[in-house]
Design a binder for this molecule. Structure first.
Ligand SMILES: CC(C)(COP(=O)(O)OP(=O)(O)OC[C@H]1O[C@@H](n2cnc3c(N)ncnc32)[C@H](O)[C@@H]1OP(=O)(O)O)[C@@H](O)C(=O)NCCC(=O)NCCS
Length: 155
């Protein structure tokens, strides 16, 4: 049974620490607290009691496109399938919203390829997705890999 639930406001400080501890090690992009509160409805979490052990995001970009981002699993909870559960929850929500195409930017392309994401040239993504990139500290020198998932080809 899925352990994934929608995040709530009291989860935000723990989500912030989870993401930003990995960001400090250069493994993913940092997210400020202000953005976490604004986007709280995008966030899924997996908890053990009151402790957030994993999080992930589905962010809608446009009428036919969404992004999976900020999938993070606490070190001691890795390799138990939690990251996979979060990706599955994001793809399920995209489908329920009527969105068939989901992309991600990541330093872990092989993990996402296990979930039927395939490589895409960043430049093939619609210009809309770059609005978030403008806020990225690495812009315009993006060193993440872009991947895309098409539900209709995979179900
Ligand atoms: C990448 C990450 C989310 C994977 O989470 P996880 O819960 O350990 O993943 P799962 O247990 O669901 O993995 C299932 C399988 O995917 C594969 N996999 C997991 N992490 C992988 C990685 N980094 N690269 C390639 N394959 C990976 C493995 O085959 C794994 O099975 P195994 O544990 O038996 O080896 C986690 O390592 C993490 O939080 N990393 C730091 C943050 C990060 O890089 N996030 C990436 C997205 S922005």
């Amino acid at each position: 049974m899925s352990q994934v639930e929608k995040a709530k406001i009291p989860d935000v400080p723990q989500i912030h620490k989870l993401i930003n501890d990995y960001a400090a090690r250069g493994e993913m992009l940092a997210r400020p607290l202000s953005e976490l509160y604004e986007d709280i409805r995008d966030y899924f979490v997996i908890k053990e009691g009151e402790t957030v052990v994993a999080c992930g995001v589905l962010h809608v970009s446009w009428s036919d496109l969404a992004e999976v981002r900020s999938i993070a699993v606490a070190e001691e909870s890795k390799h138990k399938g939690l990251g996979s559960e979060l990706v599955a929850a994001c793809l399920k929500e995209a489908k329920e919203l009527g969105i068939e195409t989901v992309f991600c930017f990541t330093y872990q392309p092989d993990f996402f390829k296990q979930h039927k994401f395939v490589d895409i040239d960043k430049m093939e993504l619609p210009r809309k997705v770059w609005t978030d990139c403008f806020r990225c500290p690495k812009f315009p020198n993006c060193d993440e890999t872009a991947l895309i998932y098409h539900a209709e080809e995979t179900t």
